[in-house]
Design a protein around this ligand. Sequence first.
Ligand code: SF4
Length: 624
Amino acid sequence: MPAATPDDRLVLDAHKGHESGTLTHCPYCALQCGMRLRRTASGITVDGNPAFPVSRGALCVKGWTSAATLTHRDRLRTPLVRDAGGRLVPASWDEALDRAASALRMTRAAHGPDAAGVFGGGSLTNEKAYLLGKFARVALGTSNIDYNGRFCMSSAAAASIKAFGIDRGLPFPLADIAGAGAILLVGSNIAETMPPVMQYLDRHRQGDGALIVVDPRRTPTAQSATLHLKPAPGSDIALANGLLHVLIRDNLIDESYIRRRTDGFHRLRALVATYWPQRVERITGVPQADLERAARLPAGAAGAMVLTARGAEQHARGVDTSLAYINVALALGQVGRPCGGYGCLTGQGNGQGGREHGQKADQLPGYRRIDDEDDRRHVAAVWGVSPESLPGRGRSAYELLATIGEEDGVRALFLMGSNPVISAPNAGYIESRLRALDALIVCDFFVSETAAIADVVLPSAQWAEESGTTTSVEGRVLRRRAACEPPAGVRSDIDILCALAARLGKREQFAFRSPRDVFDELRRASAGGRADYSGITYEKIDAQQGVFWPCVSETHAGTPRLFGDRFPTPNGRARLHAVRHGAPAEDLDADFPIYLTTGRTLAHYQSGTQTRRVPELMNLAPTP
Ligand code: SF4
């Protein structure tokens, strides 16, 4: 399969004289900053793309240095297989693919289809995520497929579905931030995770907007805030309920909106009545006066926005924490209004699209449900299989990995775009489970810590070497375009999936000639689903600088803002949820006497498989 087609290359002359280049997007976070890649004698050089309306030419240091991984000396250029002596040794593609297919086939024959598992990632393009889901259900027939987004923002996704009936990280364009009168930013350090977003926060501040940061750490973002609230770890729900208590007590909620557009307020009001400020101060450590000031800032603003990120979401009770902050946005009557509402700042490069098109255990493409008969019928017809042949719901990420080696657990695992030896919770235990597999097959461009314990390693192409689409933090579908060919000996992930499926007897269902072919099938599979991509074409993405889903026909421009007049719930109303504060799943004791909390550094991304190989980034942050 050709990695790049002629329409992948766009020639530009707008901003820097008459230089030519390839317009694409950063391989790292969900902001998907616009880039122009140029081929020079020394390799690929990276510039920001000023014409891309979201990042406007800005990149962070990870983006500027991203081309360094393309030619890195550690780059895998040949498949590896484990030999009789236990060493990973070079192999031909045929040998490696035959071995991988044989291991998957034998596992299925001996232990049933669910013994073969698939694990994906939120950095895969939409085309790859879609194809990985189809590979699991059609080529392997397994229910056990999930991905590393479960360790990321899945709590907010689940909360959004419970409250709004749909999950799109930001249901509004990022530019709305600049127009918001007040922003409540919970558990996010934007200054380090998405520095180009600071231009919107700067404009927000220049317009007299108030920024309230909720974070136990005094991060660079918190230092720029109007007000910084520092709740004790594990007390976020109490803080949100305390804010709502003050809003209700002081008549600062939007009762008309609540009556017209929400359900569940009476139960919620009864619950938050018990979160009076003195009690919340005892639980959270946030002074009563700060809590009351924080409640009044968004209440008096024309547009108020509540944004959460991993600090609120990576909890044993992350769904409830996200729901507690959604309650605040709904009670203020802001959800669905311009420059207001609730959003989750998704992290991984395709964290949004990667959670929409079927690499989750309970999901089919287009946010369809695998346990819904109509959804199964629709997708089965697109795939040319019977609905009965599709497996049911499988285990979610941690359960899939943690039950390896158990009686009904996965015994052979195909893994693409993830490094769970580093990134999974309880990582030491998960590594022991991965080592217990009968076969581990990993696709990666470096020998990651997970690839190092695999039986077969398949070298795959990187972002600048292949095309496809991603869906950004805003729900804006964008095009990645290939700027160069992959090194000799390296194949694209799509190519690998098709080759393996053919060896498993499913050549016909995996006869794709290009990422565009895969995208066209994805469009049909998602048609009528909640994340409907049916009207999105590569040409429309080019013409509009991205297309916001849902986009239901080729004449439809897309949907930058959701929830304007109704929510996609059965009765069109949003749901408020009464969620209680409870003790953390684990608390201080004699053996574990201090709190640790997670945070991000500017210089590194995910498990660092890429960024730990870039000298400039290692100089900035040599250790965790
Ligand atoms: Fe932009 Fe994120 Fe890439 Fe940095 S890592 S350049 S913020 S997309």
